[in-house]
Design a protein around this ligand. Structure first.
Ligand code: BG6
Length: 278
């Protein structure tokens, strides 16, 4: 079942219910902000004090960082993580069976996007909701010049406690430490006891988030970089729309094309970033 819903302030979202899962996707950012499998606790972390307003990023769920990840290298005054997460997308189509629902959203260039990023494009996000969650983000260059694309499906996972989770699958992978801007190599599994903000490279395998009560697997395609981020105590205090203890129950593992994994798209070329989570 697909229901079109609206908050009192006009903020629109789509609620999906099938025999396997329940999910909510906002038109602002084509942002999945709730996904729960039947009989399980919520998969995605969502801040209790997030904005739900058109033009503002939701804190939690899966923001779409596009067409740049992090700061814009050419103009650092532009919004971090690009404009897709704060743009109103168009709901294009849906496909339903009893145990699976697929929603398709699109975004195209406008006068406003051309002012900050001077390229014509089409962007399509396909979200498949079942006992597996799949997101496919397809970028097509409709311009006459090539562009460089960096992006991420910035997934906030809901965890029981950051001190007990382990991330497996990144042992021996090189990473850029975004706190010191040094190139490092991962030694063993990742455990968390301080702020972590890292862009792992050369990833061609699945990543597993091991929590006390469950294991979540993330498989990426069209991507060889993964961002692992937890702001810990001090940064959380400086973050917007996050309570002080928020860092204890969230962990971002982001399916990305970032830094060395940036993609160049020539006119008429497409690139698809796909994340499968189960
Ligand atoms: C992560 C970055 O991807 O996003 C962090 O690695 C950043 O450095 C975080 O703080 C959140 O960004 P924002 O713009 O949503 O506050």
């Amino acid at each position: 079942m697909i229901e079109f819903k609206c908050l009192e302030n006009g903020f629109r979202y789509i609620e999906v219910t099938n025999t396997k899962a329940n999910a909510k996707v906002a038109l602002n950012g084509a942002h999945l902000f709730h996904y729960q499998r039947v009989g399980e606790r919520e998969l995605l972390w969502l801040s209790d004090i997030s904005y739900f307003e058109d033009g503002k990023a939701i804190r939690g769920g899966i923001p779409i960082c596009w067409p740049w990840f992090g700061f814009n290298k050419d103009d650092v005054s532009l919004s971090q993580h690009g404009f897709a997460r704060t743009s109103l997308w168009e709901f294009k189509s849906s496909n339903e069976t009893t145990d699976s629902t697929t929603l398709v959203f699109t975004l195209s260039d406008t006068k406003e996007t051309l002012e900050v990023w001077n390229y014509k494009f089409s962007l399509e996000l396909k979200i498949a909701i079942s006992d597996t969650l799949t997101l496919e983000l397809k970028t097509t260059n409709l311009d006459t010049k090539e562009f460089i694309l960096t992006q991420a499906l910035h997934t906030y996972f809901s965890i029981l406690n950051i001190s007990n989770v382990i991330v497996k699958g990144l042992d021996k992978k090189p990473y850029l430490d975004a706190l010191s801007w040094q190139n490092m190599v991962q030694d063993g599994d990742i455990r968390f006891e301080r702020e972590v903000d890292r862009v792992y490279q050369n990833i061609d395998n699945t990543i597993t988030l091991v929590d006390i009560d469950r294991e979540i697997t993330i498989k990426n395609e069209g991507s060889s970089s993964v961002v692992v981020w937890n702001p810990w105590i001090e940064k959380t205090k400086r973050m917007s729309a996050m309570k002080e203890d928020a860092y204890t129950t969230m962990l971002c593992i982001e399916s990305a094309n970032a830094f060395d994994d940036a993609r160049v798209l020539k006119p008429n070329e497409s690139h698809t970033l796909k994340a499968t989570i189960y």
